[in-house]
Design a protein around this ligand. Structure first.
Ligand SMILES: [Zn+2]
Length: 406
């Protein structure tokens, strides 16, 4: 038996006036996904436990089969795992966005989707600045992809590390246009150090050559870093020991790779997988087909609908869903023709166009089982699965339910 889970990130939505009261999932032409829905089972699920913010990290940890309430320690640590940064129990790992601030407000949480090359130069400049200015600087910046970077702060002891890990930090994409100092009014001594690092970084970045060039080209400068999503290194049980199945992950996003790495899943790197609108859908599909030849489970994640949701671009969101259908779901399902397999498709969380960020609403879910008749749900979208029979349960149970119940 093979298992495939397709995750069109943030694809579910609310009805949109411009789409005649329909959602992007309803409007997008998705013949392959429709087939799965019409022959499969439909319903709703929720990947974000009560009390958690609906981040892709928490939500996808659920889809990977791990209860975030037991295993989630933060977004930063998951991404650190994905890039092979070795951390100790006293390390607190932050996500570090290169952002554009203007008059101390969050002008752009991704600094105009700065290139990885430019950002790497800026991260180097920050390390250089802090280590040369302070003899005992305990932090280090690690350059990642585009605007998504990491900052590791080594505490003196585990008590401090726990304290810093629990500091109330805010995702930068949730405070667009808002005043930054409102979200950094911490009193604790350690926390104040973190704030000082963000603001001191401004001084280094403001006049950096990379930013001067970006401004001259009409692009947003990466003139500050925003530290958030921090935590200690998580301990996920081994996927194969937990489920008795081998698994592979395809994603362009570091934090999902991190979940995969901590779960001891194989990460399949796909050239051209950018985690943005222009991700190479066809290549993802092709690598997915190959991965299924050597693994029992394939988790294939596509970030583009989420990015379109954040950017509030209706057409991009619809297009992303259509491309996922044509280049990923269609070819992967075709390649399994004649085999016993189960396939699920679901977003991790909604990223409604009207909201521009994640919400914690339930998400539509379709599960298809080869050779088995489904429950007559009509399509994979917020309306179509309403007639389905899947009982809503915690998202982290999906994988074991796929194995045991369908
Ligand atoms: Zn997401």
């Amino acid at each position: 038996m093979k298992y495939v889970i397709f995750i069109p990130d943030g694809s579910s939505d609310y009805p949109i006036d411009e789409l005649d009261g329909k959602t992007p999932l309803q409007v997008a032409k998705t013949p392959n996904i429709d087939k799965l829905a019409q022959k499969g089972f439909g319903g709703f699920t929720n990947n974000v436990p009560e009390g958690y913010t609906p981040g892709s990290d928490v939500a996808n940890m659920s889809i990977f089969g791990y209860n975030p309430a037991n295993f989630y320690t933060g977004r930063g640590p998951l991404e650190a795992g994905s890039v092979g940064i070795d951390t100790t129990p006293t390390d607190v790992i932050f996500r570090c966005n290169t952002i554009t601030q203007k008059d101390d407000t969050m002008e752009d949480f991704n600094a105009g989707h700065i290139t990885s090359e430019e950002a790497a130069v800026l991260m180097d400049a920050l390390n250089e600045h802090f280590t040369s200015k302070y003899d005992d600087f305990k932090g280090k910046f690690y350059a990642g992809i585009s605007y998504r970077h990491l900052f590791v702060y080594t505490c003196d002891n585990e008590e401090d590390a726990n304290l810093l890990a629990n500091l109330d930090t805010v995702p930068p994409h949730d405070i667009s246009g808002e005043n930054l100092s409102e979200y950094t009014g911490w009193q604790d001594e350690l926390a104040v150090k973190i704030r000082d690092i963000m603001y001191e970084a401004q001084e280094v970045l403001n006049d950096h050559e990379v930013n001067k060039k970006r401004v001259a080209e009409g692009k947003n400068p990466a003139n500050m870093v925003w530290l958030w999503g921090q935590g200690l290194t998580p301990k996920l049980p081994d996927f194969k020991e937990t489920y008795g199945l081998t698994g592979a992950v395809i994603t362009g996003v570091d934090l999902l790779k991190g979940i995969g790495i901590f779960a001891n899943l194989d990460i399949v790197d796909v050239p051209g997988a950018t985690g943005f609108f222009d991700t190479d859908y066809r290549a993802k599909g092709e690598y997915g087909i190959e991965a299924l030849k050597t693994h029992d489970v394939l988790i294939i994640h596509i970030e583009a609908p989420d990015e379109a949701g954040h950017a509030q671009l209706i057409d991009e969101k619809v297009k992303a869903i259509e491309r996922i259908d044509e280049f990923i779901v269609g070819p992967v399902i075709d390649s399994l023709e004649g085999e016993d397999f189960k396939a699920a498709i679901l977003p991790d969380h909604p990223t409604p166009i009207s909201v521009g960020t994640h919400t914690r609403d339930d998400v539509p879910l379709v599960v298809y089982v080869s050779g088995k008749d489904g429950d007559g749900c009509t399509s994979f979208d917020e309306e179509g699965v309403k007639t389905g029979s899947i009982e809503k349960q915690e998202g982290y149970k999906l994988l074991s339910r796929m194995i045991n119940e369908f």
